[in-house]
Design a protein around this ligand. Sequence first.
Ligand SMILES: Cc1cc2nc3c(=O)[nH]c(=O)nc-3n(C[C@H](O)[C@H](O)[C@H](O)COP(=O)(O)OP(=O)(O)OC[C@H]3O[C@@H](n4cnc5c(N)ncnc54)[C@H](O)[C@@H]3O)c2cc1C
Length: 433
Amino acid sequence: MNQPQVDADVVVIGAGFAGLTAARDLGAAGRRVRVLEARDRIGGRTWYRTDLIGGCGLEMGGTWIVPQQTFVSAEARRYGIAITGSELPGRMTWSNRGTVLDTLLPVPPAELGRLEHAVRALLAAGARIDVDRPLSGQGLADLDVPIRQWADDAGLEGDARELLISWLCGCGNASADTGSALDVLRWLAAMDNSLWGMVEASVLGQTFTDGTASLARALADDGGADIRLSSPVRSVRQYDDHVAVAYDGGAATARRVLITVPLGVLQDIHFEPALAPAKLAISKENHAGQGQKIWALARGVPEDLSGYGWGTDFDYVGAMRTLPEGVLLVCFAPGGHHVDGDDPAAVRRAVRQFAPAAEIVATATHDWVHDEWSRGTWTTFRAGQITAHEGHLATPEGRVHFAGAHTAHRWPGFIDGAIDSGRRAAAEILETP
Ligand SMILES: Cc1cc2nc3c(=O)[nH]c(=O)nc-3n(C[C@H](O)[C@H](O)[C@H](O)COP(=O)(O)OP(=O)(O)OC[C@H]3O[C@@H](n4cnc5c(N)ncnc54)[C@H](O)[C@@H]3O)c2cc1C
């Protein structure tokens, strides 16, 4: 049979970690790859900037990794990318609705039994999850409920309940009424059911010494792919023997297309034939990771601040570095708790719930939720989505394949999941005739 003339063997849509990894693997196998990226940069939901807050390197998106994330760790080793470990904080700060507690544990002694019950409930739930298999086939629907409902079903009470709800929302960057408890509990299972491991996987793991951009660049340089920036794809049309892709500024044909755009963005691309109803439905619902990450340079805060709060605007405020001008804080607010990250007064109000004397010198943030190429922060499925849709997310449709962190089983909210998915999708494409 005659093969049609095409511009590339594979067009990869999106130059985040999923797309860059897939392009690298496909290129290494001898395929001609063209990557079409909507933004004017690679890296997607990772974005290392050195042009804000006195020029110190800030990760606006994905940042922390842990050794248990084997895909990203392997890539860092492969390219000799420098990794920095985090220092564990010498103490924790707890904020109960804005009242700062300097106690060892986050609850008063009379409530220690409740805290213990909450920890047992978490570990019991985590022990049921096998992260190496699809979650939807494991009889876990009772956990695929909103975080608040899970806390009630598990009989959590008092401040231990409030702390845990806030912490799970913080992990998911989601609100208590949308985020799936199962998706966050998956973190626990992926860390061998270690509660402390789960804390490390959130903000106390390792970072890229020269930013996530160092690994993104290494992947991009390795594959030899033709990467076109500022090229948002508008349509993907399949024919018997090829696929035609139209993007702003051009068009390309290929034998196979790999889509790596974030979940909520998929609905914006026109597909012929139409996208499978399940994929379109979940894209329209989008995921629950709809919160904020805000950097703040502050004075009047402890250099070792590591604060978890409940009934607070931020669920976490942590000191990352001390600069001559002040302490650099990273702050997270879950979906539904908007803090204006460009307004130092608003950030000061929220930080003061953890450090009452705080003054804010500067802030830096990126609005991933209203960014048309991300429509959210890291993937946290909404309650019920894993049970209803998980099986459809990565299923190829003819010559069109799907990757992106949200299609990974172990770490769908992480850089690791993106790399895992890129590797899986490249292997899938290489197996096709
Ligand atoms: C604030 C924040 C904090 C995070 N913290 C961590 C963390 O500490 N650790 C961690 O491991 N992960 C973290 N993550 C998650 C991590 O960044 C993501 O899971 C991962 O980067 C996703 O990679 P991806 O390739 O699947 O998707 P993306 O990085 O989103 O890449 C998809 C690409 O597709 C492009 N695109 C979209 N639409 C089109 C179109 N129509 N045409 C062409 N291109 C298009 C986008 O511009 C983007 O570049 C965080 C994310 C955010 C936002």
